[in-house]
Design a protein around this ligand. Structure first.
Ligand code: FAD
Length: 345
C-alpha cells in the first residue's frame, strides 16, 4: 500500500496556495493513505484549511528560516517530513520554489523525481503523464523506485475544497546548519502589477498576432493604437497576454513593435502552451500559435479580417471575420461601461 504525501509551502499570508490544493486533489484521487507536509514561517492556518481532507497526519517544519524560498532550507525541511511520514509517493506543486529542490530531495531520499507532470493516474500502480517535444506527445510513465517525488503543473486539477477546522500538526524541530542558510533573499524585483501581462490564473488567454503591426486598410501601420487597444483590453478583462512568434520577433527585425510584448509572451511550438479556460486570438494566422499554443485552451475564438485564414478556421470554435482594431475598441468600450454600472458588473 502506497503512502502519499502532499508537500506544500505556505503563501506569505500563511495560507495554502491554490496550486497546493490542486496537488491535494490529485493525491486524493489515488485513494491511498494520505499525509500532508507543510513548510513555512507559520503553518497552522494552512493546516486548518485542509483539516478535513482525510489526511492521516499533518507534519510540518516551520519557523522564520523556512519563510523564504531557499534550496538549503526547503530541501532539509522536505527531507525531514518525507522521512517522518515514510511517504512512498510525494506530490508537490510545481512552483518555482519546489521545482528548484525536488531533484535534490529525491537524491537525498534515494528515490526518483518527475517534473512537469500534468496527470497522476489512479490504479494499483500509479502512472504520471507528461508532455514531450513541445507538447506534441504525451507519455504515461510509472516507476518502481520509491520514494517517487512528483511535481504537478498548475491548472490540471480542480483545487480541493472543504470546510476549515482546527487541525493537529506534528511540528518537527529542525535547526538548519550554516550551509543551508547561506543564501538570503534580500528583495524581489518584479514589474508593477499593471505591467505584468502574463497571468497564469486568468480565465482568458488573449493572443495578439503580427497583424496588429501590419499595414491596415488605409495603407498605414497603427502600432501605437494597437498597443493602447491591447493594453486597454488586458486592463479591463484581466486576461493573460500571449503573442505569436512573428509579433515577439519583430523587435529583432527592426520593425515597429508592441513594446510590452516579449519572448516570454510567445505561445506555440517554440513558445508556451498555457492552460486557460478561454482563448481569443486576434490578428494572428500562424499554425503554431493555434494548433500548439492553445492546445489546452477549451473555448477558442478568433478575430481575423481574412475569412480563409485556415489555421484560425480549423482550430477555433467561432471565427469573427472583422477588423480587430474596431472589435477590440468596441469591446473595451463595453467593458468600461459595464464597470461603471452601479453593480460594478
Ligand atoms: C520550427 C518553427 C517553429 C515555430 N514556432 C512558433 C511558435 O511557437 N509560435 C508562433 O506563433 N509561431 C511559430 N512559428 C512561426 C509560425 O509558423 C508563423 O509564421 C507565425 O505564427 C505567424 O505569426 P502571425 O500569425 O502573428 O502573423 P501573420 O502570419 O503575419 O498573420 C497576421 C494575421 O493578421 C491578420 N490581420 C491583419 N490585420 C488585421 C486586422 N485589422 N484585424 C484582424 N486581423 C488582421 C491577417 O489577416 C493575418 O491572418 C514557428 C515556425 C517554425 C518554422
Amino acid at each position: 500500500m502506497e503512502k502519499v504525501l502532499v508537500l506544500a509551502h505556505t503563501s506569505t499570508d500563511g495560507s495554502l496556495p491554490k496550486h497546493a490544493l490542486e496537488a491535494l486533489s490529485a493525491a486524493k484521487s489515488l485513494g491511498f493513505d494520505l499525509y500532508i507536509g507543510l513548510i513555512g514561517q507559520t503553518v497552522q492556518d494552512a493546516a486548518n484549511q485542509v483539516a478535513n481532507c482525510g489526511a492521516k497526519e499533518i507534519v510540518a517544519v516551520s519557523g522564520a528560516e523556512f519563510a523564504q524560498a531557499r534550496y538549503g532550507t526547503d530541501t532539509a525541511a522536505a527531507e525531514a517530513i518525507c522521512k517522518e511520514t515514510g511517504a512512498t509517493i510525494v506530490i508537490c506543486p510545481a512552483s518555482s520554489r519546489f521545482n528548484r529542490m525536488i531533484a535534490g530531495l529525491a537524491h537525498r531520499l534515494g528515490g526518483r523525481a518527475d517534473t512537469h507532470v500534468t496527470k497522476i493516474g489512479e490504479g494499483a500502480v500509479p502512472q504520471v503523464s507528461r508532455w514531450y517535444y513541445r507538447q506534441r506527445m504525451e507519455a504515461n510513465t510509472s516507476r518502481k523506485q520509491r520514494p517517487w517525488c512528483i511535481a504537478l503543473e498548475s491548472g490540471c486539477y480542480e483545487p480541493w475544497s472543504g470546510a476549515a477546522a482546527q487541525a493537529t500538526v506534528k511540528n518537527l524541530a529542525l535547526s538548519p546548519g550554516a550551509d543551508a542558510l547561506k543564501t538570503t533573499v534580500t528583495g524581489v524585483k518584479a514589474p508593477a502589477a499593471d505591467l505584468q501581462t502574463i497571468r497564469p490564473d486568468a480565465k482568458l488567454l488573449f493572443v495578439a498576432g503580427a497583424g496588429w503591426t501590419k499595414k491596415q486598410a488605409d495603407g498605414q501601420v497603427h502600432v501605437d493604437e494597437a498597443g493602447k487597444l491591447i493594453l486597454g483590453f488586458l486592463e479591463e478583462s484581466k486576461a493573460s497576454l500571449g503573442g505569436s512568434k512573428s509579433v515577439v520577433d519583430l523587435g529583432g527585425e527592426g520593425q515597429a513593435v508592441l513594446p510590452f510584448m516579449t519572448h516570454l509572451n510567445q505561445i506555440g511550438q517554440t513558445g508556451a502552451t498555457p492552460r486557460h479556460q478561454k482563448g481569443l486570438s486576434t490578428c494572428c494566422h500562424g499554425e503554431e500559435p493555434h494548433v500548439v499554443g492553445w492546445r489546452f485552451v477549451n473555448e477558442r475564438r478568433a478575430v481575423n479580417t481574412d475569412p480563409n485564414c485556415s489555421w484560425v478556421q480549423g482550430k477555433c470554435d467561432v471565427l469573427y471575420v472583422a477588423d480587430a482594431f474596431k472589435v477590440i475598441a468596441r469591446v473595451n468600450q463595453l467593458l468600461k461601461e459595464k464597470q461603471l454600472q452601479p453593480s460594478g458588473r
